[in-house]
Design a protein around this ligand. Structure first.
Ligand SMILES: [Cu+2]
Length: 414
């Protein structure tokens, strides 16, 4: 049996996967695999013994002549003790293995590095303690990580097969999941379109886009992880191949935010209708509403830039305020990601996102370079972003001990 599975697994191997199970890439996976394999092999063994004996007896003791009579057997004490005793011992063993694994699963290391997870229809968003956010999860290798998870709308679940961990994201409640990643994840390969990382799935049916609610988890060495965090905390800057930092044009940053916040699971940029209206030519078009918080409100081509900006802002921060004709108010507020005081990084993100939406299809030309926006000395956002970077530098590797409880909640807005 084992020989068969090993050779099959070599064919199907994905760097350590077995025939039955994906590779084992966390501290918790071993417990699950032991329980799974033990149950599987013991059940297979007893299945063969019992069904084998049954088949043998059916043939051996079948009725051979019309006069055959069944002997009357009332009971057999030794046999009954045996077939009660063996399963009892097995069940107790299973219980201890399961309980032991469950306790490990449910007891996060006290020095775990905390990352916030927000689930909404239909994407995951990750918030790091330094203010960085991402749509794919980055974690350091061989370091306890605790996910503090919330759902913004309906029930979702976070499932990482290679880690053998899964837990629900429940509206109105914070759930936790922890692990120590023990293997590096595959690197992305742009040539083959391989996104790299290990797959993550939502495993609670959560509406139309449920099957699209997947992401990747990237396991990095601590120095790369810290560099990534610094990059995530300051999305407005990019390094060119020569290693020189420069400001990224707003529309481009905005597009990044739209992707990382899952806007495209409901909105298209090519004119096709999804769960939400397309963004193509949205800016300075005519929008009709089925429901509106301001009586008599209209939105037209001829309306001012300011009115349009305010509308787009509101659509993202308070979507049900004005419901576009022909659509249902299915969009959840993104206030936790984009609502902040003027000059804060969140507000700057919102401006970038709106600049991008305006630039989709319509005649609006987003400025390529806007000295007012991009000159560090002239606006408030840049010191803010630089502060984000400074924060990132201060990030303690979790080994240093006290990060577990003293670390600020990843959600803290500025
Ligand atoms: Cu989901």
């Amino acid at each position: 049996m084992t020989a068969v599975t090993t050779s099959l697994s070599q064919i199907l191997a994905d760097g350590g996967a077995t025939f039955w199970l994906p590779r084992n890439a966390s501290n918790l996976a071993g417990n699950v695999d032991i329980a799974f394999n033990l149950l599987l092999y013991i059940c297979t063994f007893f299945f063969m013994v019992i069904v084998g004996a049954m088949t043998f007896f059916i043939i051996k003791y079948r009725r051979k002549t019309a006069n055959d009579e069944t002997p009357l057997i009332t009971h057999n004490t030794p046999l009954e003790i045996l077939w009660t005793g063996i399963p009892l011992v097995l069940v107790v063993v299973f219980f201890f293995i399961g309980f032991n694994g469950y306790m490990d699963y449910d007891t996060p290391a006290s020095n775990a590095y905390v990352i916030g997870v927000e689930g909404r229809q239909w994407n995951f968003a990750f918030n790091y303690p330094n203010g960085g956010t991402s749509s794919e999860l980055y974690v350091p290798i061989n370091t306890p990580v605790k996910l503090s998870m919330e759902s913004k709308d309906v029930l979702h679940a976070f499932y990482v097969p290679v880690f053998r961990v899964q837990r629900n994201l429940i509206p109105g409640r914070t759930t936790e999941l922890w692990f120590i990643a023990t293997k590096h994840s595959p690197l992305p390969n742009p040539k083959t379109n391989d996104p790299g990382g290990f797959p993550v799935f939502c495993t609670q049916y959560c509406g139309d886009g449920h099957s699209k609610m997947t992401t990747r988890i990237h396991v990095l060495d601590m120095p790369e992880f810290e560099a990534k965090l610094r990059e995530l905390a300051n999305p407005f800057k990019e390094k060119d191949p020569a290693g020189k930092e420069h400001w990224v044009p707003y529309a481009k940053v905005g597009q990044k935010f739209a992707t990382s916040n899952g806007c495209f699971s409901c909105h298209s940029t090519d004119g096709s209708k999804g769960t939400g209206p397309t963004w193509k030519d949205l800016y300075k078009s005519e929008v009709e509403f089925d429901a509106c918080n301001v009586p008599g409100y209209t939105l037209k081509k001829t309306d001012s830039d300011e009115k349009w900006d305010a509308y787009l802002r509101e659509s993202i921060i308070d979507p049900p305020a004005k419901v576009v004709h022909g659509f249902t108010p299915q969009m959840q507020s993104f206030a936790s990601v984009f609502a902040g005081d003027p000059g804060s990084q969140k507000d700057e993100k919102l401006r970038a996102l709106i600049t991008y939406i305006k630039s989709v299809g319509s005649d609006y030309k987003a400025p390529e370079e806007n000295p007012e926006l991009y000159d560090a000395s002239k606006t408030k956002v840049h010191p803010e972003s630089v502060a984000g970077q400074e924060e990132a530098k201060k990030l303690h590797p979790p080994e240093s001990g006290e990060t577990g409880t003293t670390q600020p909640a990843p959600e803290t807005g500025k």
